[in-house]
Every structure is written in C-alpha cells, then in structure tokens.
Design a protein around this ligand. Sequence first.
Ligand code: CO8
Length: 259
Amino acid sequence: MSTFEFIIVERQNAVGIIKLNRPKLLNALSFGVFGEIGAAVDDLEADDAIGCILITGSDKAFAAGADIKEMQPKGFIDMFNEDFTSIGGDRLARCRKPTIAAVAGYALGGGCELAMMCDIIIAADTAKFGQPEITLGTIPGIGGTQRLTRAIGKSKAMDLCLTGRMMDAQEAERAGLVSRIVPADKLMEEALAAAEKIASMSYPAAAMAKSAVNRALETTLAEGLAVERDLFRSSFALEDRSEGMAAFIEKRKPNNKNR
Ligand code: CO8
C-alpha cells in the first residue's frame, strides 16, 4: 500500500476515493501529484473489494491545472524527458475499473484533462471547466485538444482552447462534457451514490460496458458494433449474467459473484 503527500485515498464500501489535497494551490497538479494518482489507481485497481474509483478535489477547485510554478523553468528537453503521460494522468484513463470525477469549482487545464480521463464527470453547480493553457503561451498536453473535442465538438473545443475562457456547469452539461449537475453541497453524496451503484453491478459486465463505450471513440461504427456484439455474447459466459436474469425472473436482487 502506498503512502501519499498530495492526495488522500479512502475506501468507502466498494468505492475507492482519491481526493486531491493541495488546497492552498487549488490542487495544482505537480509531477508529484500525478505520480501519486498513478500509484493510487494501481492500488485501487488491484483491490478486489473496490468496484469503482471516484476522484475529487475541494469545494473551490477540482484542480486549477498543472503546477505552473513547477513547469515555468523547464525547457523542451526537460518536458520531453518527463514521462507525464504514463504517470498518473493517462494511468487513470487506462484504469479497467469504472471511474467518476466529482468536480466542484475550477477544473482548468490539466484539471479539466484529468476529469476527462474519467468515465463519468459529475459536476457541482459551482464547477468551471476550461483549457487556459493558451494564456500561458502553451497548449493542453494530456488530452485537452483531443478528449475535449470528442466530448463537445470542434467549434466549442476551439473556442475554449483558443480563447482560454471558462465554461460553467450548465454550459458543460449542455455541451455533453458532464453527465449531470448537482447542488455543490450534495456533490459527494450524489457522486458516492452513483459510484456505489456502479460498484454493486457485476464487475465483468461493467468492464465490458466500459470497454465497448470507449471503443466507440476509437473506431468505425461497423467495427464498434462488431466489438459490442462479441462482448455481449461473451457476457453469456458470466455466472453473473445467468444469476442476473434468474434474479429478475424470481423478483429478487442478484447476488453478483463478479465472475
Ligand atoms: N499552478 C500553480 N499554482 C497555482 C495554479 C496552478 N495551475 N493555480 C492556482 N495556483 C496558486 C496561485 O498561484 C495561488 O498561490 P499563492 O497564494 O502562493 O499566490 C493559489 O493557488 C491561489 O490562486 P489564486 O490566488 O490565483 O486564486 P483566485 O481565486 O484568484 O484564482 C484561478 C483562481 C482563476 C483558478 C487562478 O488561480 C488561475 O488562473 N490559475 C491558473 C489556471 C491555469 O492557467 N491552468 C492551466 C495550467 S497549464 C496546464 O494545466 C497544462 C497541462 C498539461 C499537462 C502537463 C503535465 C505535467
């Protein structure tokens, strides 16, 4: 089990919670923070008791971006040599277990990119999303031009990446970036309820659904439909599938064994 300086990791029932914990710097994502997120995902993914991972920040900021003070003195070769896509950052996107970002306050730059690495973004009504890197003379580096464009389309992604403006929770929901908006004081309650619901499902079925939805972003419709069909058929090899249908017929809750 890893120990952490910049994040707090808790387990609540079957949910693993990663809370970014640099409140004075609005959870600025230093290389240390990214490394710890990666280690926490490793731990939670390996833990059979965990069925869903929830990442969150503070009331004021999910994360206000990569740590500008840490990056400022670096040159091209420093950033070229930093493996910032495989640590923490993209590690979350490669997590096999379902992931939720619970976002209140600022989710800017790397913060917005971190949220977009999750399967679902639940936003407090205080959430603000943006890719302000252009104002610093740089561009998004861990998915802001790619995942954002796929999520909200070219025109709005260009608008955000070229002007650096922020969009509020309502605009983000209309644009399809977030799945739902909840009152700020209910964010953790609602996000945890969603995470616990997901964790109560058959884990292999959830992994299949996640894998199939993600494939939709990477491939043609015909190829994606073929993948979906194969995974659907494969689910008939699961004990949980047989149990789930029997439970429906017998009007009782399924007893998932995650196999
Ligand atoms: N990095 C470092 N420190 C930060 C950051 C940041 N991203 N954001 C805020 N802080 C610090 C401030 O410097 C301040 O520290 P101090 O008290 O020591 O001066 C403290 O947090 C509080 O911030 P503010 O006083 O500025 O708070 P305000 O409420 O006035 O403003 C804002 C809040 C609007 C969020 C403002 O802080 C802001 O604009 N922050 C920067 C946002 C930004 O530009 N983010 C993009 C960063 S670049 C990036 O994310 C590239 C990602 C590519 C991947 C890289 C992998 C390594």
